[in-house]
Design a protein around this ligand. Sequence first.
Ligand code: CA
Length: 401
Amino acid sequence: MYSLSHSMKTMNRRYSVLLSVFICQVYTMLAQDCPSRQDLQNSIQQAHKLLSSQEASYLQSLRTLRKKLNLLHDSVARLPAKPKNLSCPELESPVNGRKLGKAVLLGHEVHFLCDPGYELQGSDTRRCEDSLSWSGQQPVCRVFVNVMNTSPASASPVLHQPKCSLVQGTTHCTCEPGFRISGRENRVCTDIDECKLFHNGQAGRLCVYACVNTAGGYRCSCPAGYNLTRDGRSCRDVDECGSRQNDCRPDQLCINTYGGFQCVSVECPPIRDATYVKTSPTRCERNPCAVDSRTCSRAPISVSHHHLSVVSGLSAPRVVFRMSAVRMVGDALRFAVLGGRGRRYFTVQRADGLTGELLLTRPVPGPNTLDLQLEMSELERGELLGRYITKITVFVSPYGF
Ligand SMILES: [Ca+2]
């Protein structure tokens, strides 16, 4: 600090002498007399004052920087040591269902889904707790029972008396809509099972999911997580995140999916020699690197998280996500799809100079959860200036709706 202040003072003196010579030269050029000694001394004094204030502000900045570095040093020292390999026991997939997620380490979650026609009873999400046991109850998949199906009305054919009239000596009988005339001498009306009648063929399909025959009619039903739409045949996903029908913790994000929802924890990446700070619920930004840390300067500048919900077998190709640079830094931008379970379903293409698009290349059969990373790199003559990562998770529903 002494040498810095000393050099500033030396610079100050040199600057004053130069200034007085300069002022005198200007006056000479203007064919005027050199200013008086008093004027020169006043000017020099002002220049001294200016430099002193610059010096003070510079020293203040250095002090602030040192303080910040000390704080950063303390927070790095307080980071917990690498945790031991703490894990919960392996979990079984339910019969007629499946388990999503293989990690059994402390803090990880495993999700459960049932096959079409079955509904889940128990916990659809279990978390490996501090006690190294799983939260919730092991789920089972039970046959989806429809109340209408078990009612006496639909257990046996419903019979009605037809309305008959005598026209010119011949008896004509008719039934209510939804019934057909049958029996000996066409004397009974039997319920038409519309569900059986229109069972085959997509064009004649009555219900998007399940059909329930009723006396004189039918109705459609939907699996758990969906409501029947106004048209009476389609199923619309219930938004559990928007309607608070979820049990996500306050520090988690609720992601609505088709037929369900997911509770997601976004954590900043543990990268050697680099530290990150969460700047939004889905984004982590790198703190400034130490001047000589190459490992830190090559670590991503930001790591963002993006969650997508899609239906099973979504048609492809289609763009599902775009990543853009705010402005051009360096002379080239490069986009790439990095590792993850979903990598084989996606590719990256350029939309314009600053934007890369993630393209779904083929339909993904559900249920499934895919993950992948999209990377954007800024380059200058082939040298890497900075990297930005977006971690993408795709939740694929069990059904095509
Ligand atoms: Ca939902």
